[in-house]
Ligand binder design. Structure first.
Ligand code: NAD
Length: 260
């Protein structure tokens, strides 16, 4: 479906971003990877994608909290592949603490990475999308873009923010072939969540498996994790012609979390 197009996925060296990048590669898109990690491992995951799907890949290590690095990444993508046709704003971090104990620098980092980076990538991607009159912008928000949870003030504020930003971007592009939508996952077992499982296991003296069950049972009625592959398929739907009139939605895939 996307042969010859270019998808840039922020935070795609791990977890959900990697799942979404692989889903776009399976549709024939060239992929610009971004995120942190061991350079040899990142080269190996790119090589796997190139071999498996016969697409081209590139990697830029921009830190999503730094606007100048984001600008350099967008320039790099344009020079490498012509333009970014599909932009997936996925990079994100978490910190868990009560408001009065929340480290100020963690608040600033979460707002910068989980929210402000999407403003920068979007403003820089829109001109070439408008020139082609086609584009897909997919923001990986969270159920925490729709509802709150205690001890996640910065994350919930950033994710509600990105849902709002998604709506405004969708309205400003409503008369074009560009759409902008948000995906709102519930619990997905990635390194970001494994840290919360580990903390729970340590605090409550539980096994890893029991900590996972306890985490899911509080919020996710299905009792099952959502997978990066399932989220990749939802992103593919948003990028399809069938979804050309899906604009400005915040679509949860959450095992029933927000239905409660
Ligand atoms: P993850 O920790 O597995 O992956 C995060 C990715 O972002 C990695 O590639 C990491 O290197 C990158 N990253 C982190 N800080 C960065 C920075 N400053 N600049 C560039 N890249 C950076 O986490 P994940 O669970 O796959 O999370 C991906 C997105 O999904 C996040 O926005 C997260 O909020 C969201 N999300 C996750 C869950 C979940 O249950 N895992 C649920 C809802 C939403």
């Amino acid at each position: 479906m996307h042969k010859g197009k270019t998808a840039l996925v922020t935070g795609s060296t791990s977890g959900i971003g990697l799942g979404i990048a692989r889903a776009f590669a399976a549709q024939g898109a060239n992929i610009v990877f971004n995120g942190f990690g061991d350079l040899q491992e990142i080269e190996a995951l790119q090589a796997k994608v190139r071999d498996e799907f016969g697409v081209q890949t590139a990697y830029h290590n921009a830190d999503m909290s730094k606007p100048a690095e984001i600008e350099a990444m967008m320039k790099f993508a344009a020079e490498k592949f012509g333009a970014v046709d599909i932009l997936v704003n996925n990079a994100g971090i978490q910190h868990v603490a009560n408001v009065e104990d929340f480290p100020v620098e963690r608040w600033d980092a979460i707002i910068a990475i989980n929210l402000t980076s999407a403003f920068h990538t979007t403003r820089l991607a829109l001109p070439s999308m408008k020139a082609k009159n086609w584009g897909r912008i997919i923001n990986v928000a969270s159920v925490h873009g729709l509802v709150g949870s205690a001890q996640k003030s910065a994350y919930v504020a950033a994710k509600h923010g990105i849902v709002g930003f998604t709506k405004v971007t969708a309205l400003e592009t409503a008369h074009t072939g560009i759409t902008c939508n948000a995906i709102c996952p519930g619990w997905v077992l990635t390194p970001l969540v494994q840290k919360q499982v580990d903390a729970r296991a340590a605090q409550q003296g539980m096994s890893n498996d029991d900590a996972k069950k306890s985490l899911l049972s509080e919020k996710q009625p299905s009792g099952e994790f959502v997978t990066p592959e399932q989220l990749g398929e939802l992103a593919i739907f948003f990028s399809s012609d069938a979804a050309s009139q899906v604009r400005g939605v915040a679509w949860n895939m959450d095992g029933g979390w927000v239905a409660q």
